[in-house]
Design a protein around this ligand. Structure first.
Ligand code: 4GY
Length: 253
């Protein structure tokens, strides 16, 4: 996959993608990430990249011509069938399903805004869709672009190792992750759940699924409602709920 980011802060992108799983994926040639700036295409001596909003008011808007030129130059470096995305708080919210869908594409052109954003006509003519990383506002599109890149690249074939990708399954299954423990066996007076020390892999898997379902029930009832549980999963969740109830009853006088 090839990814091009158009941003006023290209080094923000190119430095961040060198880290961790993403950096390794680039080194191994599973993906390339390039960043370019409208500033390189500004025609005036001051290299102006912002402009005043029609209608007045505070803040500036990304200047149209240099941004369009940067977008077109980046597009020319991408394969046929690539998608052009603007990161915006009013876009369609990013989900794991959306990330998986976008990971099938040969290339992405990501536009990261600054100031008050970009001219609406630039979105109409140069952009295919808007994506949001969640219902909150950040100061620029760079972090959202990086979130999108990370979520997508880790889904590309050969990027995660076997161990990492197995864990991935629990998210794809539409529930939260189970709790994790490492040494020491007792920390701050809290012991690791006994079953994890038992060596009984079937029992461990049952416990993990039960915890994953239980947490989803406690923390994300919206996800649980969408979940098509098997009979076994239903039973595990019922057990979890009964245990929580019993604990509560035990605490009460
Ligand atoms: N949330 N998801 C988001 C955002 C604000 C460009 C400066 C979000 O994607 N983007 O909060 N964007 C930016 C948009 C101009 C403010």
């Amino acid at each position: 996959m090839r990814i091009e980011v158009v941003t006023l802060f290209p080094e923000f992108i190119t430095e961040a993608v060198r880290v961790g799983v993403l950096g390794r994926a680039i080194e191994r040639g599973r993906v390339s990430v390039a960043a370019s700036t409208p500033r390189a295409f500004a025609e005036d001596a001051h290299k102006t990249v912002d402009d005043r909003p029609y209608g007045g008011g505070p803040g500036m808007v990304l200047k149209v011509e240099p941004t369009r030129t940067a977008l077109r130059a980046a597009r020319a470096r991408l394969p046929e069938g690539s998608r052009r995305i603007y990161l915006a708080a009013d876009g369609e919210t990013l989900t794991q399903a959306r990330a998986r869908e976008l990971s099938q594409l040969p290339g992405l052109l990501l536009l990261a805004g600054r100031y008050e954003g970009v001219d609406e006509r630039l979105l109409a003519t140069e952009i295919d869709e808007c994506v949001s990383i969640g219902d909150y506002v950040v100061s620029g599109g760079e972090l959202p672009a990086l979130v999108l890149i990370d979520a997508i690249v880790r889904l590309l074939p050969g990027v995660l190792g076997d161990e990492e990708s197995a864990q991935q399954d629990s998210y794809v299954a539409g529930m939260l992750d189970w709790p994790h423990y490492t040494r020491p066996e007792v920390f701050e007076g809290r012991a690791v759940p006994q079953v994890l020390l038992s060596g009984n892999h079937a029992a461990i898997q049952r416990w993990r699924t039960k915890q994953a379902l239980g947490r989803t029930w406690q923390r994300r009832p919206d996800l649980l409602a969408k979940l098509q549980m098997t009979k076994e999963q239903r039973k595990l969740l019922d057990e979890f709920v009964a245990e929580v109830e019993a604990e509560r009853a035990g605490r009460e006088p």
